[in-house]
Design a protein around this ligand. Structure first.
Ligand code: ZN
Length: 394
């Protein structure tokens, strides 16, 4: 017998498990009505109807409200300093978004101390947790020097194992693309790799082309990093095809896709991670989530929280946008923000509430997960358990 404290959360009016074993009758979310969950230590140990729940050390009554898995935000850029609200204001009054604004944040980030970067990430991670996000990926990409990329990843590692080296975010102003790719695939990669699980490239006009992305991902793979890609955000291009050809676990943005891109995604199994907060914040057209899903593509949702193109940390907002603007069903959107987000990080321990999985749960102040889209902008998170510990409210 384990000596870990056990907690039963009972009186759950509607429980979304994402457990495929409960899909029959429970839909994609594996819904259970009048449910209970038992947590022991950091893990879920029992899920089922409340009337059958075993006893536990601590009992929490959900009062008929809904419980969902914690959100898995598989795409964020939290390590930065400074503020680009002036750029946002200019964009909202008519100026287009370009990749070049990233350089503004690079200058501020290089000037910040390690302590300033760490406390800023801590503040954003707490903001995410308060809104129900229990797993995050964090990228570098605002250092763009050997020293600043390595320390950005070291800061990110204090908050998650899913750290991503994004030295190939944009070419800094003081170098050529050729020299910079040499740096990213050489000394910068060597310094970054010990702090990173993933490597990413912003494959876009004004950033890195397909050949450069291919070379950078290959170098990362040789250093033990797994690839992911920013692709087809601002224009049509070959990034999505490259991700599918390489068998990457996920390719992110996928806003401008042709039929061949959609076919490649469907046949490769590469997850299309859609980031609708970006389109909301840049007035770009939204990706065609409905078309992707209907074509058999696996779709994840993530925040892309960053100071330039999308400074939201709210997965609930992403769900509301996915439902309203991208014609996903509320169930598809929640699944994409939890289980498929986990799959986009090649994780099977989070995003699902079943025995043996991480006890990452969110209690909504609502009778149903549908309220996440039905009540946009309303703070519905009443409680969060992360690895079995109640972290909201504190
Ligand atoms: Zn991004």
């Amino acid at each position: 017998m384990s000596s870990a404290v056990s907690t039963v959360i009972t009186g759950i009016g509607e429980l979304a498990t994402n457990d495929p074993a409960r899909a029959e009758g429970g839909g994609v979310l594996g819904l259970v009505r009048d449910a209970a969950v038992v947590v022991e230590g950091a893990r879920v140990v029992w899920v089922g109807p409340a009337v059958d729940a075993p006893a536990a050390d601590v009992q929490v009554d959900a009062g008929g409200r809904a419980v969902i898995p914690g959100f898995v935000d598989s795409h964020s850029h939290l390590v930065f300093a400074g503020d680009r609200s002036a750029e946002f204001e200019a964009r909202m009054t008519g100026q287009p978004y370009t990749a070049g604004g990233i350089r503004t944040t690079v200058a501020k980030t290089r000037a910040a101390t390690d302590e300033q970067l760490t406390s800023h990430v801590a503040r954003l991670v707490a903001e995410m947790r308060a809104q129900g996000t229990t797993s995050i990926e964090i990228k570098s990409g605002y250092g763009l020097s050997v020293h600043d990329e390595a320390r950005s990843l070291a800061v990110a590692r204090q908050f998650t194992e899913d750290t991503t080296f994004l030295g190939a975010h944009v070419v800094p102003a003081d170098t050529t693309p050729e020299d910079y790719v040499d740096l990213v695939t050489g000394p910068m990669l060597t310094a970054a790799a010990p702090h990173a699980r993933w490597i990413d490239v912003f494959c876009e006009d004004g950033a890195f082309d397909v050949d450069q992305a291919r070379a950078i991902l290959a170098a990362g793979s040789d250093s033990g990093l797994r690839g992911r890609l920013h692709a087809n955000q601002l224009t049509y291009g070959g990034g999505v095809q490259l991700a599918c050809e390489l068998g990457l676990v996920a390719v992110d943005h996928c806003t401008f896709l042709d039929d061949d891109d959609v076919s490649a995604l469907a046949s490769s199994g590469t997850i299309a991670t859609l980031l609708p907060g970006v389109e909301f914040s840049t007035r770009q057209p939204y990706p065609d989530a409905r078309g992707l899903i209907d074509a058999g593509v696996r779709v994840a949702l993530a925040s892309d929280c960053n100071p330039g193109s999308c400074f939201t940390s709210s997965m609930a907002l992403c769900i509301a946008l996915a439902v309203r603007e991208m014609r996903m069903s509320p169930a598809e959107a929640l699944h994409a923000a939890t289980a498929t987000g986990a799959a986009a990080l090649d994780r099977d321990d989070v995003g699902v509430l079943a025995p043996g999985k991480a006890a990452d749960l969110v209690l909504l102040d609502a009778p149903s997960y549908v309220h996440l889209a039905y009540r946009p902008g309303v703070p519905l998170v009443a409680g969060v358990w992360q690895a079995g510990r109640p972290v909201v409210p504190r």
